[in-house]
Design a protein around this ligand. Sequence first.
Ligand code: BES
Ligand code: ZN
Length: 592
Amino acid sequence: MTHDRHSYAEPALVRTTHLALDLALDFSAKVLSGTATHTLAWSGPGDRLVLDTRDLTILAVEGAGGAGGEWEPLEYSLAVPDAELGSALTIRTKQHERVRVSYRTAPTATGLQWLEPSMTAGGMMPFMFSQSQAIHARSWVPVQDTPSVRFGYAAHVTAPPELMVLMSADNGTTSHRSGSYDVVMPEPIPSYLLAIAAGDLVFEPIGDRAGVWAEPEMAKRAATEFCDTEEMMRVTEALFGPYRWGRYDILVLPPSFPYGGMENPRMTFATPTVVIGDKSLVSVVAHELAHSWSGNLVTQDSWDDIWLNEGFTSYVENRIVEAVYGHELAVMETAIKQHATVVKLDPLPAAQQAVELPGLNHRSQYHGTTGLGPLKGAWFLAWLEERFTREIFDPFLRGYFDRFAFRSINTDDFVGHLQEQLLDKHPGLVRPAELAAWLDEPGIPAFAERAVSARFEIVDELRERWLATGEVPAGAKHWTTQEWLRFLDAAPDVLTAAQLQQLDREFDLTGTANGEIARRWYAIVAASNYTPAYEELANFLTRVGRMKLVLPVYKALAATESGHTFATDVFTAARPNYHPITTAAVQRVLGS
Ligand code: BES
Ligand code: ZN
């Protein structure tokens, strides 16, 4: 087991095996309050239980012995908060079997967002949701907030009676509202998969096992956009083994949701920015569904090994996209991700490259979350697949999920399994130096082949001709989203007003409903100081709070003095709509 430097918990001494939550949602105070009852397994001498908390008010702590034992008050202390990790809650126990913490959250809890009715599609009812990954569960539940500890949970939640409450658990499929809800997650999960949401939510089925939860305005459109979800489940099961979580539902959140998607078990949380009517961005669903195997079933045991979650998921996502939508789209999506990496790395000196993209064995949280680490991991797996052929590689990967199911592991566990189940069984196919290039050396190995998309070669040609002659790219009116992403990704950072105007006249890019196109287009608009598009750019930054979409635009604006001033004004107006983590990220970009 790896030591998790992002948690104060001491799982070598004691672990939560079950968590019972009894919570009340208070929208006027923006506070969640109640009790968290931990069932504990002690594995050594010692008398203290350390839980992670952040900005929690602890009201009481009690302990009970064996089943049916009386509750007794326990002594506890809350440490001075660390800015990143929060406050350790240290509880004196006599190795009690159960410990119950009474607490309430702060209105500023980093893992929760409380939305005014005006920030929802319906505009009438308030909304709240959690985002626990990576280390925000501790801001709404006192818990051993490390992915190395897994527990099942049960929750009783009360809320205003007009609101539906959902969790990462067995919510059922009826949106009957009572203001009192009971759910169970029977499988052992890590704390970062604890999730809750409440709002004016209705259910729309997709198939027998899959459905959508969303505000009434959005539910039908989302179910249509995500109508292939059930097929995605079937193809993944055929490749990598059974889906072990019962139902798979997608909760479509308001636009302030800071991510594209979050793989909360049984209930993926998703951005509404992918519901655009043409299914062109549904690989986000493939990605979050893939986490039901890579991440939720087999979990990295500390954030330093996040490539085990995100790299494997990116690989599985691509296999799902290929199986459901075909090879051409899968290759285009791989090429887009690879292009982003190569472009980021190429201009950097070797020493900096080593920091940006170290070997997969070289653990650092940083390399996991930048998007580069997952890509390197996915690239490594695709390379292994190619070396060994799918006939051998696919059963190997399936065996990995089976062997480590419902466990938290580190890179050594994977590499050991790889050696034993793939390399030793099929000797001579991979040289040690090649393996070392992926695992120990920085950057992308020179021998790794880039994805080649014939369609992108055409896009590249048309772009270069347009740049040289001003000739409008032929056929671009019918390009797929991915072809547009390629066109913009490999375009110069700065274009002339005439060029931008021409593209807008022909293709209406300003004001696009497609967030992936928008974030690239507005980044060029900002870098080029193309003010005719600034009003729509500002609308975009105000309407959407997904970090991946807004940050590149803020970054491009912040690079010039006038852009920085404009960005600061837009941020002031948009900020009430942003999630706390988006706000913090934009502040970093703007240097405020
Ligand atoms: N689990 C991640 C989101 C995440 C990562 C939250 C790290 C907090 C810390 C999720 O599965 C994810 O990768 N989302 C992507 C989707 C995309 C890669 C298809 C996103 O939000 O853009
Ligand atoms: Zn992911």
